[in-house]
Unconditional design. Structure first.
Length: 70
């Protein structure tokens, strides 16, 4: 939870195959004391590799004087 809200990140199957015409993809999640970042990686068949596309960041509350739960 961030700022009393639930953050949900979904992705497709990590595979080089495609389903329903959508490219395979996965999410790379970085959790830091001040923010949670989610970077989407999509398969580029012509290059034969996953490439980062969009990144979204969500600020985390600061807890002064106590550790921030991660």
């Amino acid at each position: 939870m961030l700022a009393n809200k639930v953050v949900v990140s979904t992705t497709g199957t990590l595979s080089t195959r495609s389903r329903g015409g959508r490219p395979p993809c996965f999410n790379f999640v970085t959790i830091e004391p001040t923010a949670v970042q989610i970077t989407f990686f999509r398969w580029e068949a012509e290059r034969g590799k996953f490439r980062p596309s969009d990144t979204f960041a969500f600020a985390r509350e600061q807890h002064h004087g106590s550790p921030v739960p991660v």
